[in-house]
Design a protein around this ligand. Structure first.
Ligand SMILES: Cc1cc2nc3c(=O)[nH]c(=O)nc-3n(C[C@H](O)[C@H](O)[C@H](O)COP(=O)(O)OP(=O)(O)OC[C@H]3O[C@@H](n4cnc5c(N)ncnc54)[C@H](O)[C@@H]3O)c2cc1C
Length: 657
C-alpha cells in the first residue's frame, strides 16, 4: 500500500548518523521527523559487519555518543557485537524505534521548489514529503567487489567481509582472502587457525601499528559507573591523544619516526625476511589509513598461510590465478576489499534531484563536494552526514557526526527564525570552502603519491577532513547565514514551524450544486464522516470572502480545527486552467487551512479547490484535493495514536448547521 506522509525532517539511514540526528531533533523539540532505513534493524556498519575479529579501531569510550557514555565497555576497542548492542540500547532509550520505518529503502528524492518540500520515494512506492532531507546513508556501506575476470564462474563460496557467511565451516578449507585493509587484518588472524590453507592476496601493504587494546577491569568499570566525570576525563584524554595523530599526517617529516616504529614492530613479529619485504609499504605512513593490530603479522609465520603479492588475473571454477601464471586451488573467496567510498558510486541506487531536476551525481561529475561536507548548492534544505571530506583517519567519526547534527539543527532553527522556506548554500561559499580544503591538503601526507580509498581516480581527496577535528567542530558551531540563499515562505500561514505547500489540483470536476449547500457540503464530503465534522463558526453564506471554522473530532478525541475560506485568489492559475477546459471561468475557490491541529502536524498545508462557477454551481468531486486532505487528516490521527499527543485545542463545538 502506498503511504504518503509529511514531516519536518526525513532522515535516510539508522546508523550512528541517522540515530544521532533523531535523538538531537527530539532534544531540540523538532518532533516531526521520520528515519527511513532499508534494513530491518538499526546499526548500519555495526549491524552489517559481524565477521570474526570485527572491532572498532577508535577506543570505545570515544567511539560512542558524547551524550550517551557507557561505563560498561568490556575493552578499549569493543567488538562489533558490543557496539551493535550499544546502538540498540540508545535506540530504545531515546524512543526512536517508533520513528523509524524499517524496510524502507529510499530510491528517489526530488525537491519541489514551489512547495519547498522534498518528495522522497522508497523502493516499494511509499512517498514521504519533508521540509528537510538528511542523508545518513553511510560512507562505508556499499561493498566493493573487484571486477576480476572469471569471478562469475567461481563455484565455491564467495562473499564480502560485511556479508559474512556465518554458516560456512572453514575447517579443512582452502581460502583466498583478497585485500589487506581494515577488515581483512581483523578476520585473517581469526580464521587462520581453522582453515587448511589461507592465501592472503595483497595489492598494497598497509602500515600497521600495535593496537593498545586490553579489557577494562571490573574496578575501572565500577569507577566509571560511580563517577561519570572520571569517564568523561578518560574520554577527553583519548580524544587528545588521538588528535595528536594528525600531526605526522599534516607534516610528513614527522612521519618518519612513526614509520620506523611501525617497521620495527613488523620485523619483530615476522620471521621470514622475504615476507617482511612484501609487507613493507611503499608509501609514507598515514597516506592510507594506519591500521592497528596485535595479531595480524604473526599469521605469516604459519605454514598454512601464504602472502601473495602478484596481481590476480583470473578466477576459475575452483581456483585463483595470478599474473605470474600460478594457479591456487580454493574452496572459498573472501572479499576484504572494502567499500565504495565515492558518493558517486555508493549513491547509485538513490537518485537525488535538486532545483530544476538537477541530478546530484551528474552535478558531482568532477567529484563530490559539499560545503562543510553538509550542503550542496542547488539542493536546498538537503543536509549530508559524513558527506565529502568529513571522514577522519585519526579520530572518532562520531565526533564529526555530532558536529554535523548540531549544525543541521542550527540550520533548521534558522529556517524558522528567518521564516524562510528554503536555504541553499551559495556556490561561492562552496568554492571558497573547496579552495581552502585544497590548500590545506597541499603538503600533507595524502598528496605524497599513494592511491587510497580517500581519493578518487584523479587523485582528489574526497573523503578526509584535512586537519584537527576540533577545527571542524568550531566551523560547525554556528551557521553563517551569509553563506546561504534564503527564500521566504510563499504563504502567510504556518503551523508548528512547517513549510507551506500546495496540493496540486487536477481536472476532476463534474457534479454541480447550489451555493446554499456549500457549507454543509464542505462538512460532509466523501470520507470525512468518520471525523465527525462540525462547522463551528460560519459568518454567513458561502460567498467570496466568507470564512468558517471546520472542526474535526477524530476517533481519539483530539480536536482539529481548519479554517475554510471562500476566496477568489487561491491558485488561480491552475484553477483558471481547469475552468478553461470546461469553458467557464471560476469565481469561487476555497481554501482549507489547518489552524490548530496539534503541535506537529499537517505543516501548514493549504488545500485549495474550485468551489463555484459563474452560475453559482459548486463543482464537487475534486477528488485529488479531498483525497490529499483526507490523507493528511489520517496521518494526523495515526500520529496522535502513535505518540499519544494531546493537541492544545479545546472548546466544545456547536451542533452542525
Ligand atoms: C568494519 C568497520 C569498522 C569501522 N570502525 C570505525 C572506527 O573504529 N572508528 C570510526 O570512527 N569509524 C569506523 N568505521 C566507520 C563507520 O562506518 C562510521 O564510524 C559510522 O558507523 C558511520 O555511521 P553512519 O550512520 O554514517 O553510516 P552506516 O553505519 O553505514 O549506516 C548507514 C545506514 O543507512 C542505511 N541506508 C543506506 N542507504 C539507504 C537508503 N537508500 N535507504 C534507506 N536506508 C539506507 C543503511 O542500511 C545503514 O543502516 C568503521 C567502518 C567499518 C566498515
Amino acid at each position: 500500500m502506498t503511504v504518503q506522509k509529511r514531516y519536518d525532517v526525513a532522515i535516510v539511514g539508522a546508523g550512528f548518523s541517522g540515530l544521532c540526528m533523531g535523538i538531537k531533533l527530539q532534544e531540540a523539540g523538532i518532533d516531526s521527523f521520520v528515519i527511513l532505513e532499508k534494513a530491518d534493524e538499526v546499526g548500519g556498519t555495526w549491524r552489517e559487519n559481524t565477521y570474526p575479529g570485527c572491532a572498532c579501531d577508535v577506543q570505545s569510550h570515544l567511539y560512542s555518543y558524547s551524550f550517551e557514555g557507557s561505563p560498561d565497555w568490556s575493552r578499549k576497542f569493543a567488538p562489533s557485537g558490543e557496539i551493535f548492542q550499544y546502538m540498540l540500547r540508545a535506540t530504545d532509550k531515546y524512543a526512536l524505534r517508533s520513528r523509524i520505518r524499517f524496510g524502507h529503502q529510499v530510491v528517489h528524492a526530488a525537491f519541489d521548489v514551489e512547495a519547498g518540500l522534498w518528495r522522497i520515494r522508497t523502493r516499494d512506492g511509499d512517498v514521504v514529503t519533508a521540509r528537510a532531507f538528511v542523508l545518513g546513508t553511510g560512507p562505508l556501506h556499499v561493498p566493493m567487489i573487484p571486477n576480476i575476470p572469471g569471478l562469475e564462474t567461481f563455484e565455491g563460496k564467495a562473499f564480502h567481509s560485511s556479508q559474512w557467511a556465518h554458516d560456512y565451516d572453514f575447517r579443512g578449507k582452502r581460502v583466498a582472502s583478497i585485500g589487506t585493509g581494515g577488515s581483512a587484518i581483523q578476520y585473517v588472524p581469526a580464521i587462520a587457525d581453522a582453515v587448511e590453507q589461507l592465501y592472503v592476496f595483497q595489492r598494497s601493504a598497509p602500515w600497521i601499528l600495535p593496537k593498545p587494546d586490553r579489557p577494562y577491569s571490573k574496578l575501572e568499570q565500577t569507577l566509571f559507573r560511580l563517577s561519570p566525570q572520571l569517564r568523561k576525563l578518560h574520554r577527553a584524554w583519548l580524544y587528545v591523544r588521538n588528535e595528536a595523530r594528525i600531526l605526522p599526517i599534516m607534516n610528513p617529516r614527522l612521519a618518519q619516526p612513526l614509520e620506523k616504529i611501525a617497521s620495527l614492530y613488523m620485523r619483530s613479529l615476522v620471521e621470514d625476511p622475504s615476507v617482511v619485504d612484501k609487507l613493507t609499504p611503499d608509501y609514507t605512513i598515514g597516506c592510507k589509513r594506519v591500521l592497528l593490530s596485535n595479531d595480524y603479522y604473526q599469521v605469516f609465520n604459519r605454514s598454512n598461510v601464504e602472502l601473495v603479492t602478484e596481481a590476480i588475473s583470473q578466477i576459475h571454477e575452483s581456483s585463483v590465478v595470478t599474473a605470474d601464471g600460478v594457479e591456487r586451488a580454493v574452496d572459498a573467496i573472501i572479499f576484504g576489499t572494502g567499500f565504495h567510498t565515492d558518493p558517486r558510486n555508493y549513491l547509485q541506487t538513490l537518485k537525488i534531484e535538486g532545483v530544476d531536476g538537477k541530478d546530484l551525481l551528474t552535478h558531482w561529475a568532477k567529484g563530490a563536494e559539499a560545503y562543510l561536507g553538509i550542503s550542496v548548492a542547488g539542493f536546498p534544505n538537503m543536509f549530508e552526514l559524513v558527506g565529502p571530506n568529513t571522514g577522519l583517519g585519526h579520530n572518532s567519526l562520531i565526533f564529526m557526526i555530532e558536529s554535523q547534527v548540531h549544525y543541521i539543527i542550527e540550520c533548521l532553527k534558522l529556517l524558522e527564525t528567518k521564516k524562510a522556506k528554503t536555504m541553499d548554500v551559495r556556490p561561492q561559499a562552496l568554492r571558497d570552502f573547496n579552495e581552502e580544503l585544497e590548500e590545506r591538503l597541499e603538503d600533507t601526507v595524502w598528496t605524497s603519491g599513494c592511491r587510497s580509498w580517500y581519493t578518487q581516480e584523479d587523485g582528489k581527496n574526497i573523503a578526509i577532513w584535512p586537519g584537527f577535528s576540533f577545527r571542524y567542530r568550531a566551523r560547525t558551531r554556528h551557521v553563517n547565514p551569509d553563506h546561504y540563499v534564503w527564500t521566504p515562505q510563499a504563504q502567510q500561514h504556518t503551523v508548528a514551524g512547517g513549510a507551506m505547500s500546495e496540493t496540486e489540483i487536477q481536472t476532476e470536476i463534474d457534479i454541480a450544486a447550489p451555493p446554499s449547500v456549500v457549507w454543509s457540503w464542505l462538512t460532509d464530503f466523501s470520507g470525512f464522516r468518520e471525523w465527525n465534522p462540525m462547522v463551528t463558526a460560519a459568518d454567513g453564506p458561502a460567498t467570496e470572502g466568507s470564512v468558517a471554522t471546520l472542526q474535526y473530532r477524530s476517533s481519539v478525541g483530539v480536536p482539529l480545527r481548519f479554517e475554510v475560506r471562500i476566496t477568489r485568489t487561491a491558485r488561480e492559475r491552475e484553477l483558471r486552467w481547469v475552468g478553461s477546459r470546461l469553458g467557464i471561468s471560476g469565481e469561487h475557490y476555497f481554501e482549507l487551512i489547518p489552524v490548530d491541529a496539534g503541535t506537529h502536524l499537517v505543516h501548514g498545508e493549504v488545500f485549495r479547490g474550485l468551489l463555484a462557477g459563474p452560475l453559482g454551481f459548486v463543482f464537487r468531486n475534486q477528488v485529488p484535493v479531498f483525497e490529499a486532505f483526507n490523507r493528511a487528516l489520517k496521518e494526523v490521527a495515526e500520529r496522535q495514536v502513535d505518540d499519544t499527543i494531546v493537541a492544545p485545542t479545546g472548546g466544545t463545538a456547536p451542533a452542525r448547521p
